[in-house]
Design a protein around this ligand. Sequence first.
Ligand code: TLP
Length: 343
Amino acid sequence: MRIIDFRSDTITQPTPSMRQAMAQAEVGDDVFGDDPTVNRLEEMAADRLGKEAGLFVASGTMANLVSLLTHCGRGDEVILGDQAHIFFYEQGGTAALGGIHSRTVPNQPDGRLLPDDIEAAIRPDNIHFPRTRVIALENTHNRCNGNPLDADYMQYVGELAHSHGLKVHVDGARIFNAAVALGKEASELVSHADSVSCCLSKGLAAPVGSVVCGSRDFIAEARRNRKVIGGGMRQAGVLAAAGIVSLTEMVDRLTDDHANARKLAEGLTNMDGLSVDPECVKTNIVFFEVTRGLNAEALAEQLDAAGVRVLPLGQYQLRAVTHYHLTSDDIQYALGVFGKVLS
Ligand code: TLP
């Protein structure tokens, strides 16, 4: 049966040139700083994001954890959105492992945090309060339709944070999707961030890995924090080699994923029993809702049985993500399957 898998861009498999690069990678012990391929990836990512240094880590979750452990001590506070991946999907790891207190403010539908809300959440110096240390933004914002946050907004929050002596961390799991969608360099979007994580293993199709970027001092400290949570890898160049291909060959093609997501959303608007707003689809993530009959789980099961995989994310809400393995023809075919299942 033909399978169209929209569950996530994390399901992407390494490309042929990644497999070749992995097989031929020159490696060394990265905990000693000896892996030339990891070093090259870290430099390349830092360069793309306009930062002094980079750190290769196992996952997006580890990238965010290491970053916040580096910005905050125990009892310190991070201000972040109530829909943030860090808050929603990372097991409260910053609290569990770092003793970091989360102060949420509402994410707007487009993923922004309102500057007034941020400002109101910043703690004054008072013996009763935790100390606010960092503001975390997410770009693109996964749970907010994969929306990209523009450079002006990112800069505004950066300046706001710095004027209060705070740092900014950007969960840039899909920062290259944001850059491509906005027609900007990723470095422009994070020019005011003190740390940024980017994932190689989502739309960029590497099998494993994320990179945290920031100042040289920040990364030196982050390297210690990566080690203490067991993230010091050894001949990791076999993985970094694929990440280098991600950054050199896989960024520009994200426009195809965005066009496919838009096509999917437009097709779904014509389906009786679903609600979707294609105008909200700016990158590779499409949220839609079931409006009658089934709940999200039941629809996902029926679609799965017909070869189309999507993620149910609430009682009536589902998510479809486009990626490297899906063509425009796959979208057309999947829309046919949606039509059959819904009828
Ligand atoms: N997101 C995954 C799931 O966890 C929901 C997905 O399929 O979208 N930040 C953001 C914004 C993310 O979307 C994700 C993964 C992460 C961090 C964590 O990355 P990993 O899975 O590599 O730990």
